[in-house]
Design a protein around this ligand. Structure first.
Ligand code: C2O
Ligand code: CU
Length: 466
């Protein structure tokens, strides 16, 4: 089929050859996978958790022994993890100690327009901004990142992103792997020059050939021979991952962008386009202690000596395992009757990556003074989204709502897309039908391609719910 990873690989490689850049060498599997720190609240008074984050430059070691300047929340690359619980609000005070305007968006969250971190709703250098997250939604692996229009792609690339894990009673009642056996992993790419500096160029899909997991290139993780839960996030601006274990062994997907799937899905590979999340369980008990198991990206990073490798699991010990993956994980509410149908087309004006290319939604570049889609509050709508480009992949993200995927290229979606989603991939030529219900907040929100270089190039539009 046109849509397999194998069919897509030559497209990535053909574009890669044109780029002609050599990555700074990053050794394989010499650094342990770090886990970002969990942020401690300033206060838990008043029935809410209050946090403070400072946006600032910092230096970090990406390549061994080399210090790299990055943009951070509180000095961490990636940012610290915020843990939240449904029904309990979180307030975050952000201080902008950067030289640029910033905006902080909580991706996947249902929040009021003033707390959404909209592209034009920025706060200036030297100022502060407070966002309130009511957490009136079920558990979901959310993440926060910069969204200042025309700066978001460089800001996120240089480090402004972090996890926000929202849990609830439904999720907590399940016997899934927990504690130190539940690990968030943010995967992304980067272009590092020979001095270890992060190089940012707009739409540089092919120069960014070094893969990072939680900010380190090709790390290893020592694991016990038991089940682990990994919260995967693709925090890349442009890169698609199509992940598998080197031995082809099973990966159990239990959740996606909007939390747990109705039932676990056993996969031999899984897609992760920028901003998508996959909550997975890997059972290392099927491997003898001493096994080293590589997680691969079948699309390859474009670097000949490191094709396909992402990180390595080293099974180093045994451990008891009281966890299990139940056959039923959650019940999703039935879909309401949709009353409106719309179509959207995402397109780059020039697919060769030539400077001056623009990103279009239905033929138009983003204009913050224009409302593109007017939605009646309470309506449930079916949106058909198409990528007519032949080389460039896109994806589609709506703020405010978690939607359901009804069909991909006319077929029922795979189990991995059967849960709640806020971002959906669109490989060249693909069409996705999704259903979203706008029954929470009123106001203006954006929707866009989450290949952030594309949204910065204009592939973004606005909906007003009233
Ligand atoms: Cu992840 Cu408009 O954002
Ligand atoms: Cu795009």
């Amino acid at each position: 089929s046109l849509f397999t990873a194998a069919a897509l690989t030559p497209l990535f490689q053909a574009r890669s050859a044109q780029a002609g850049t050599r990555p700074a060498s990053a050794p394989l599997f010499t650094t342990a996978l770090p886990v970002p720190p969990v942020l401690t609240p300033l206060s838990t008074a008043g029935g809410k958790d209050t946090y403070a984050l400072t946006l600032r430059r910092a230096r970090t070691e990406i390549l061994p022994g080399i210090s790299t300047e990055v943009l951070t929340y509180n000095g961490h690359f990636p940012g610290p993890t915020i843990k939240a619980r449904s029904g309990r609000p979180v307030v975050v005070h952000h201080r902008n100690a950067l030289e640029d305007h910033a905006s902080v968006h909580l991706h996947g969250a249902s929040v009021a327009p003033t707390d959404d971190g909209a592209p034009m709703d920025t706060f200036a250098p030297g100022t502060s901004r407070t966002y309130t997250y009511p957490n009136r939604q079920p558990h979901a692996p959310l993440w926060y990142h910069d969204h200042a229009h025309h700066h978001e792609s460089e800001h996120v690339y240089r480090g402004l992103s972090g996890s926000y894990l929202l849990t609830d009673d439904t999720e907590q009642a399940l016997p899934l792997p927990a504690g130190s056996y539940d690990i968030p992993i943010a995967l992304r790419d980067a272009r590092l020059d020979e001095r270890g500096r992060l190089v940012y160029e707009m739409d540089d899909a092919l120069g960014r050939t070094t893969l990072l997991a939680n900010g380190k290139p090709y790390p290893y993780l020592q694991v016990a021979a038991r089940k682990y839960r990994f919260r995967l996030l693709n925090s890349s601006n442009l890169r698609f991952f199509h992940l598998r274990l080197a031995d082809g062994g099973p990966i159990t997907q239990i959740g996606s962008d909007g939390g747990l799937l109705p039932a676990p899905a056993t996969l031999d590979s899984l897609w992760l386009s920028p901003a998508e999340r996959a909550d997975i369980v890997i059972d290392f008990s099927r491997y003898p202690v001493g096994t080293r198991l590589v997680l691969e990206n079948t699309l390859g990073p474009g670097s000949p000596e490191q094709v396909g490798q992402v990180l390595r699991f080293d099974i180093v010990r045994t451990a008891p395992d009281p966890s299990s993956v139940p056959a039923v994980l959650r019940t999703l509410p039935p879909l309401p009757t949709a009353t409106v149908e719309r179509s959207f087309e995402l397109r780059m004006t020039d697919e060769s990556g030539a400077p001056g290319a623009q990103g279009l939604v239905n033929g138009r570049v983003f204009d913050h003074d224009r409302i593109d889609t007017r939605i009646r509050h309470g309506a449930s709508e079916i949106w058909t989204v198409t990528n007519p480009n032949t080389l460039v992949p896109h994806n589609f993200h709506l703020h405010l709502v978690q939607f359901r995927v009804l069909a991909r290229n006319g077929q029922a979606p795979d189990p991995s897309e059967s849960g709640l989603k806020d971002t959906v991939r669109l490989l060249p030529g693909e069409t996705v039908r999704l259903q979203a219900t706008f029954d929470t907040y009123r106001g203006t929100y954006v929707y866009h391609c989450h290949l952030l270089d594309h949204s910065a190039m204009g592939m973004m539009a606005q909906m007003r719910i009233s």
